[in-house]
Design a protein around this ligand. Structure first.
Ligand SMILES: NC(=O)c1ccc[n+]([C@@H]2O[C@H](COP(=O)([O-])OP(=O)(O)OC[C@H]3O[C@@H](n4cnc5c(N)ncnc54)[C@H](OP(=O)(O)O)[C@@H]3O)[C@@H](O)[C@H]2O)c1
Length: 309
């Protein structure tokens, strides 16, 4: 009889994590939902799966990624409940809107605590058992914003970029122990994170970036409405990724993310900068400052080249 595979999913209380936990449970996985509010989260999971309260294939573990003691306690509970997980999905995350000048440093700190430091600590705590089991897959849920730095969401872009570099480094370290790493560059899905209520908003619509915000807000909402897919689509992609055997995989989830990955691979960085600016309706180089762009000798002075060349 085949062994029941086990998966730990952070942020399983709602959104992509909830949809993924439900699908994997229905496909026979033993699911550990790691979340801040276990009572509410488990109730949602049981309603969606039909699982009983004492079902050993659906387990809730308390986890607040910003609290090192909570991460350590969660790792202990996970190991006691299931031993070495077959898969660890770093899904939980927060996003933010606002320019670098507008976002407080405390937001950067929370962003990195939630999306990087907590996941790294949880991974460190679970790796010894996964190494001993000589198998496993670690999935990092990244975003299109992690492919390139996106204006008005610098902390989120920076943390997702860091997540991806961490995943690449980790893959090289754990591959000999039979543990693979998958990065899912996720496009827009219909969850709370893309709503006003689901993100931290530091934008000042009356400040120096007002012109940016008004246009970007309008275009961003239209693009999200058009592009947002059901969380179930993500769950299906994750399930497929968990069947993967490669030591390292970086894969897009959704056409918008796929398109961005391709463009970023083939186009020079300066072009990507200009395209992003045009798509978001950001005023051209120098348009709002004291130095007219013409005197700089370039319509949109963005370059990426060797400084000697
Ligand atoms: N939806 C998209 O369009 C999209 C696109 C690209 C990437 N992503 C990524 O996909 C992942 C899931 O996002 P989502 O769309 O499902 O967003 P969501 O609906 O806002 O869910 C976020 C999840 O993260 C959890 N979380 C937040 N802070 C936490 C903390 N300190 N400790 C533990 N858990 C915490 C939340 O738990 P609570 O219920 O306790 O708040 C919730 O379960 C994120 O990493 C996000 O960056 C999403």
């Amino acid at each position: 009889m085949a062994e029941t595979r086990s998966v730990v999913i952070t942020g399983a209380s709602r959104g992509l994590g909830l949809a993924s936990a439900v699908l994997l449970y229905k496909r026979g996985w033993r699911v550990v939902g790691a979340m801040r509010s276990v009572d509410a989260g488990m109730q949602r999971l049981r309603e969606a799966t039909g699982a009983d309260a004492d079902d050993p294939r659906l387990i809730g573990v308390t986890l607040d990624l910003t609290d090192p003691a909570s991460v350590a306690a969660a790792a202990k509970s996970i190991t006691e409940a299931i031993g070495a997980p077959s898969a660890l999905v770093h899904n939980a995350g927060i996003s933010a809107a606002g320019m670098v000048e507008e976002a407080p440093i405390s937001l950067w700190e929370t962003m990195f605590a939630t999306n990087i430091f907590g996941p790294v600590a949880l991974t460190k705590a679970l790796l010894p058992s996964m190494r001993a089991a000589d198998r496993g897959r670690i999935v990092l849920v990244s975003s299109s914003s992690g492919v390139r730095g996106m204006p008005a969401t610098a902390p989120y872009s920076a943390v997702k970029g860091a997540l991806e570099r961490w995943g690449e480094a980790l893959a090289g370290e754990v591959t000999s122990f039979g543990i693979g790493v998958t990065i899912l560059v996720t496009g827009t899905h219909d969850t709370e994170i893309i709503t006003d209520a689901g993100t931290t908003d530091s934008r000042d619509f009356d400040g120096p970036y007002a012109a940016h915000h008004h246009t970007m807000d309008k275009r961003g909402r239209a693009a999200m409405k058009y592009a947002a897919k059901s969380p179930d689509r993500f769950a299906t992609a994750l399930a497929k990724a968990l069947d993967g055997k490669a030591a390292f995989v970086r894969r897009s989830v959704g056409a918008d993310a796929r398109m961005l990955l391709i463009m970023n691979r083939v186009l020079p960085g300066a072009w990507m900068h200009t395209m992003t600016r045009l798509m978001m309706g950001i005023p051209r180089f120098g348009a709002l400052g004291g130095t007219p762009a013409a005197t700089m000798g370039a319509p949109d002075a963005s370059r990426e080249s060797d400084i000697d060349g």
